[in-house]
Unconditional design. Structure first.
Length: 449
């Protein structure tokens, strides 16, 4: 039995009552939280602990969940600057993705996951775009190596460029489920990942949603990201994105709706009635000038909203702490209401709502019996101190380099800023070489020289 005692920190539990123990302590036993409380832990715990972490002047909170990203894009950061969504896809993303190799995917995934880890993330939802099985396996193997929680939503399109045959889509979803569901001691899961309504047929959407529901798996899809996408769908069937999903009876608690920038009030009502989850990617929406998602209005309807960085090519980082600050400020300036979102709202997006996206009821809070997934953030810096309210300090002041320790399933993956599971400097060297070779193969090297 392994026990880790974390003491003297500001323990932000994210339980329903919003309990904060400051100071407080948390005891981890093997892969679960066994006890926690205010002030100092009982002396017997200190004598029996396998390891004690002094979290003085630090915040201890549930592991953060990055609810939407594309890990292949870590090799493409900085190449999508100053382009609209469709221009960005056609001129940069699609050519680079076509030139990637499985080894590129493995390295890009490791790089992105290390960045997530060093930003306090314990669980990642990957919307996986590259259809070959070897690419998906490479991303999944990278996640298994690092030890994070990982949901791979296998993306597909069956209309337009890159279209796959419906039977091939279902066959690959089934293969991934058989090979990877529950791998990594239960940390690895898969999901249905249709790319966007305007690229997916009604029939295949119905088939894949039914496939996922029969196995208790979610469906993860981009919706209403840009006005041009709305118009493309309306030209096809006269429906907006959420209306289309409702017409297929695809909306439900298992539906994860990424972006939701252009949703009508009626569509928000449809999402609320279905108990669907929204995934908000504010930095990406700003980067591509897509617009401002009406997150305050969505939250007012009782809809769970999780937080995602999106891929590094439409964000340039995977720093979820940075994204938290951008999310809260964007909501304020977009609504003209300084109280539109509060730090507690943002922390729930990154923890408890993120747990919904990961399809888990045992993460996202610090409670006895929950999984031992925790993030410890150092608040003892000139940029952050003095700390009057820990939640405010985390949302408004912190970013990735402030993360001290990250624990998943009771295992320390980031130890006082050091990645435990691999040689970080060696990885950076490998990735630099591979990214340069990818640019040469894609034919885009001269354009971006």
């Amino acid at each position: 039995m392994t026990t880790i005692l974390i003491e003297n920190g500001a323990v932000i539990t994210m339980d329903l009552a919003g309990t904060v123990h400051w100071p407080g302590w948390v005891l981890l036993t093997d892969d679960k939280i066994s006890a926690l409380g205010p002030d100092a832990p009982p002396k017997v715990m200190r004598t029996k602990a396998s390891r004690i972490i002094d979290a003085k002047n630090m915040a201890v909170l549930p592991g953060l969940v990055n609810a939407h990203t594309h890990l292949s894009q870590t090799f493409m950061r900085g190449l999508g600057d100053d382009k609209s969504l469709l221009q960005w896809l056609q001129e940069v993303m699609w050519p680079l993705q076509a030139a990637m190799t499985p080894e590129d995917m493995r390295l890009a995934s490791l790089l992105g996951l290390v960045e997530n880890l060093k930003s306090g993330v314990t669980a990642v939802a990957q919307h996986h775009k590259l259809p070959s099985p070897t690419f998906a396996d490479a991303a999944l193997a990278a996640a298994e190596q690092l030890g994070l929680r990982f949901q791979l939503a296998r993306a597909w399109v069956d209309m337009g460029d890159g279209a796959e045959k419906p039977d091939a889509i279902l066959a690959e979803l089934t293969r991934l489920h058989r090979r990877w569901q529950g791998a990594g001691e239960g940390r690895i899961t898969v999901a249905n990942g249709p790319m966007a309504p305007w690229r997916c047929s009604d029939a295949t959407m119905r088939r894949t949603v039914a496939w996922a529901r029969s196995r208790g798996l979610p469906t993860h899809i981009h919706v209403a990201e840009a006005q041009t996408e709305i118009e493309l769908m309306r030209q096809r069937n006269g429906l907006r994105h959420i209306e289309w999903l409702a017409s297929l009876e695809a909306l439900g608690p298992d539906m994860q709706l990424v972006h939701c920038v252009y949703v009508s009030e009626a569509e928000i009502d449809l999402m609320a009635a279905a108990d669907a989850t929204v995934v908000h990617c504010p930095t990406s929406n700003m980067y591509l000038a897509s617009g401002i998602a009406p997150v305050p209005a969505i939250l007012q309807k009782g809809i769970a909203v999780a937080l995602g960085t999106d891929g590094a090519a439409s964000h340039n980082s995977q720093d979820l702490l940075e994204t938290m600050k951008i999310a809260i400020l964007l909501a304020k300036v977009g609504s003209g209401d300084a109280t539109a979102l509060l730090p507690a709202n943002i922390l729930r997006m990154a923890t408890t709502a993120g747990a919904r996206v990961m399809n888990r009821s045992d993460i996202g809070q610090l409670r006895p019996g929950f999984k031992a997934d925790l993030t410890i953030i150092d608040l003892n810096t000139p940029r952050i101190m003095p700390v009057h309210h820990p939640a405010s300090a985390i949302v408004y002041n912190c970013n990735g380099p402030d993360v001290h320790t990250v624990i998943v399933d009771g295992r320390i993956l980031l130890d006082a800023g050091r990645v435990v599971m691999l040689d970080e400097l060696a990885l950076l060297t490998e990735c630099r070489r591979a990214a340069r070779a990818l640019m040469r193969r894609s034919g885009l090297q001269k354009e971006f020289a």
